[in-house]
Design a protein around this ligand. Sequence first.
Ligand SMILES: Cc1ncc(C[n+]2csc(CCOP(=O)(O)OP(=O)(O)O)c2C)c(N)n1
Ligand SMILES: [Mg+2]
Length: 333
Amino acid sequence: METNTHTSPDQETRLRLFSLMLACRGLQTRAFDLFMQNLVKGTTHLGTGQEAIASGFGAAMREDDYTFCTYRGHNHTLVRGVSMTSILGELMGRDCGLMRGKGGSMHLTSVEHGAMGSYAIIGAHMVIAAGAAWSAQYRESGQVAVCFFGDGTTNIGAFHEALNFAVIWKLPVVFVCENNQYMEYTAIGDVTAVKNPAADRASAYGLESILIDGNDADVVHAHASAALEKARQGGGPTLIEAVTYRHGGHSRADPGKYRPDEEVAKWKDYDPVKIYRARLLESGIAESVLEEMESATAARVDAATETASNSPPPPLEIAHQDVWADGGVAWRN
Ligand SMILES: Cc1ncc(C[n+]2csc(CCOP(=O)(O)OP(=O)(O)O)c2C)c(N)n1
Ligand SMILES: [Mg+2]
């Protein structure tokens, strides 16, 4: 597995990566607190512990690139520039929410930010991402579609269909498997024919096998930049398996007790935010600079929580709005 041996981005990029990871962590932690207070409508799937992957890509992507993510998509949506208020508002079913409170945690979408949806059906978005990449290729727009999915998703047919299609058409798409080592409550190794669920299958599609440390933001950023550049230059798709771990359970208040305590402790110690903070200090950035970034993020999370909490539920009149592609129901009457 590739660890941090050859990559050292400039200080500005490093501070950006840290800032994105802090924002993701702050948002996830608050989402969990709100869930435990029964203020979140429906379920939530947190990416706490997996922030380096979304942030590494977020810092490398072009503003008009496309993101496709799963129900575990708070981090991926936030790093595209969507506001914390609209994400927390959406989780809480408020009118200020990204989907005006009608979608909830699993359906964050903002086309204007290139956040092309959070998909709850495992693997479904992989073929859709390939389609978006095909559109970008056809329009010669230079955009790249980045599709994030879990380890368990590699055992679904759509994973294989999307990869084959993307290779055949040399599409500008980057498939990123966030191997957090568990599906819902089952370890991926217990139900998978190969050790590395995505990387070991890359050769079946003529792709390079890329297995990286998904908790190291520098490593993720370097691989993201290379894959995006390759796709933009017409070099076709890349499949990256980024190894990581979710700090909490699968969803809701799942305590994740099916995981050995020592394993959880080991991975919580290898926390992407913590290791990156130490690296910044080592590189000469002052403790006070980091503290300032941390308190600014905390204030941002508090302000977003306050605004979202004060936002009313959506009005009844919008129940049918945005449900159909044409915005209305005229043609069905
Ligand atoms: C087609 C389909 N089958 C089953 C499910 C139920 N389901 C929801 S999450 C999940 C586990 C997915 O695991 P993984 O791909 O590793 O993603 P993670 O939750 O770890 O991010 C399953 C089986 C679903 N949403 N869609
Ligand atoms: Mg998983």
